[in-house]
Write a protein that binds this ligand. Structure first.
Ligand SMILES: Cc1cc2nc3c(=O)[nH]c(=O)nc-3n(C[C@H](O)[C@H](O)[C@H](O)COP(=O)(O)OP(=O)(O)OC[C@H]3O[C@@H](n4cnc5c(N)ncnc54)[C@H](O)[C@@H]3O)c2cc1C
Length: 574
């Protein structure tokens, strides 16, 4: 149904969602000199009127940096933590344009622990089939003995099926995979796990999964995208952490966007949007937005939805894009991706008790539900830190069914003392209907009185305090950390923070493409799902770099260059 607004719209462009893709889109648009998009022609102003609406009380979305008391020089990354040197957009944005400080992250150290099937070995032993508690085939064992590790088995298996992949990268690799077939069936119809099972033993698959660190890497996602993602990671890539936290990227973009005249509206949830006829006769958008003051109507020439699949499902399913009867193809495309959970918990201790076992940096691995344990650091060793301050942080990181394990130890939304809105908005799910757990009893951290309190520090502190871990969860994680390190008497944690990204409005931490879809076509089509209607979609969920900020920026650039007619950013090829 066409709404008759018959007045100039409130804004030229409204962006919904203040995650990295939304704030980046807003920033690129406000910084652009001349925008020639046909749907903006009616705008009389030289400078576009752009507004960013974010439902929560912060810009950043799935980037969530936090600082615990007693750690004035250390940032924890409860959401996305790092970028990779091969990721062109994000590295150019951070290094060439925003010039934000960053440092390399240690990931795999030879001395670190691999605790699997009840056996404890060190990373440097991963090429020795005789010490690995896995019943590998002779061929697999021989291959490991050539200096390869368990996690390399995935690449080895793929190369057996498609020998060409090792010589290709980037667009060439993607094109090859899009046209590849296996057993006379296009590769995109195959699940990644299904094809691996053809050429590697289940034991080798289990070993690879454990030592890659992510159960989801070997999940049965679309084989085209899984292989492309795997082979675009050469052994020479470097991982980078931001000195001020990954959250400093959206924060900097937000500040620059606002200084350039853009509007940011926090605590403002989009509920629905419809088409509207504007005063100049063109087709625009009428949005229904809910904030602390109630419901209001906002009009714009164009809308950008910078949000994941679940957030789109939570909107009222009406209008030219979301009404499943009017636009069944949009529903088809939305279903081409699957949210996957990643789980992180940070535990703070008075000193790094794990160093008794000679582990200090990077990560150790296990098949316990904690899966990956990052030795996040010791405050006194951070640049500028007080050497007397031994406060130490550990991060546990896992995904898929392991996240379900930890989800079972969180507070129940129905426990005594908790109230929930009923009926639930949209088709919200209630996941963990379990007993209410008491909150983790935070204990005073030594040196906490020296914490800095500038604007950025206050924000990071708030992020920590607003994500407390339940007591049961923190203590079970502590128990598994002790088991993994074979230390039965470690001191208890003093502070703990976590976030379950399967909660609404995210529905999952990251996304994977399902098999059966020509994902490279959907990716493009999703950026403007209904021809002739000025609604655009971007974000990590429907990208080829899913699970990464790079994917969020990549789809934002498609929206900006293909539909808003912006030129490629100058800083990209500096
Ligand atoms: C635990 C974890 C680890 C990760 N690790 C990494 C990593 O190391 N490196 C990396 O590059 N990436 C990593 N990622 C992925 C990365 O964080 C995401 O790809 C990226 O942040 C997604 O940005 P986005 O803009 O697509 O979506 P989001 O960040 O999800 O932003 C969507 C925004 O929309 C808002 N919203 C939703 N619905 C509405 C509505 N109706 N009205 C108004 N606002 C709404 C939400 O509140 C949110 O702020 C990780 C993610 C997680 C969770």
């Amino acid at each position: 149904m066409k709404e008759d607004v018959a007045k100039d719209p409130d804004y030229d462009v409204v962006i919904i969602g203040g995650g990295i893709s939304g704030v980046y889109t807003a920033w690129r648009l406000i910084m652009a000199d001349n925008i020639n998009a046909p749907f903006l022609k009616g705008s009389k102003d030289k400078k576009l009127r752009i507004a960013l609406f974010e439902g929560s009380d912060r810009i950043g979305g799935r980037l969530l940096s936090a600082r615990a008391p007693g750690f004035p020089h250390m940032n924890c990354e409860i959401g996305g933590m790092r970028y990779v040197s091969s990721q062109k957009l994000v590295s150019a944005l951070i290094e060439n344009e925003l010039k934000l400080p960053r440092h390399e992250q240690d990931v795999d150290e030879p001395i670190n622990i691999v605790y699997t099937r009840g056996h404890r070995i060190r990373s440097y032993q991963l090429s020795d089939p005789d010490v690995l508690p896995y019943n590998l085939s002779d061929e697999e064992s021989e291959w490991l003995k050539q200096g390869n590790t368990g996690s390399d088995l995935i690449g080895w298996a793929v190369e057996k099926l498609f020998p060409k992949v090792k010589d290709l990268s980037g667009d060439d690799l993607e094109k090859y995979l899009q046209e590849a077939t296996l057993d006379d069936i296009p590769l995109y119809h195959h699940g990644f796990w299904n094809i691996l099972a053809k050429v590697m033993s289940n034991e080798a698959y289990q070993l690879a999964k454990t030592t890659v660190g992510y159960d989801s890497l070997g999940m049965n996602a679309n084989a085209v995208n899984s292989i492309a993602e795997y082979f675009n990671f050469t052994p020479t890539v470097k991982y980078y952490l931001m000195n001020d936290g990954y959250d400093s990227v959206p924060w900097t973009l937000q500040k620059q966007f606002e200084s350039a005249g853009g509007e940011v509206h926090l605590n403002s949830w989009l509920q629905a949007f419809e088409e509207a006829t504007l005063a100049d006769g063109s087709t625009g958008v009428e949005l229904s937005v809910k904030n602390g003051k109630g419901q209001s109507s906002v009009t714009a020439r164009a809308i950008v939805l910078a949000m994941p699949k679940r957030s789109m499902e939570l909107l009222q399913q009406k209008g030219p894009v979301l009404d499943p009867v009017r636009a069944p193809h949009v529903r088809f495309m939305m279903n081409s991706v699957e949210p996957v959970d990643l789980y992180k918990i940070f535990l703070a201790y008075e000193y790094p008790w794990w160093e008794k076992t000679f582990v200090k940096a990077g990560r150790s691995l296990t098949d316990l539900p904690l899966r990956q344990c990052y030795y996040w650091g010791v405050e006194g060793r951070e640049p500028g830190g007080d050497p007397e301050n031994k406060n130490s942080m550990i991060m546990a990181y896992n995904d898929m069914s392991n996240s379900e394990f930890w989800g079972g130890l969180r507070d129940s939304p129905l426990g005594p003392g908790n109230t929930i809105e009923w009926p639930l908005p949209g088709n919200s799910k209630i996941k963990n209907l379990r007993a209410k757990s008491k909150a983790f009893e935070r204990k005073p951290m030594p040196h906490a009185h020296k914490d800095e309190q500038d604007e950025w520090g206050v924000r990071l502190k708030k992020n920590w305090e607003s994500h407390p871990a339940p007591h049961k969860m923190a203590m079970e994680m502590h128990r598994q950390l002790m088991e993994m390190h074979n230390i039965p008497d470690a001191p208890e944690p003093l502070e703990a923070a976590y976030m379950d990204w399967s909660d609404d409005p995210y529905g999952g931490a990251v996304h994977f493409w399902n098999s059966g879809y020509k994902t490279w076509e959907i990716l493009e089509e999703m950026t403007r799902p209904v021809e002739d209607f000025p609604c655009f979609i971007c974000g990590e969920a429907y990208s080829t770099n899913q699970t990464w900020v790079e994917g969020a920026l990549q789809t934002a650039e498609i929206v900006l260059q293909k539909h808003f007619k912006l030129v490629e950013p100058k800083w990209l090829n500096k």
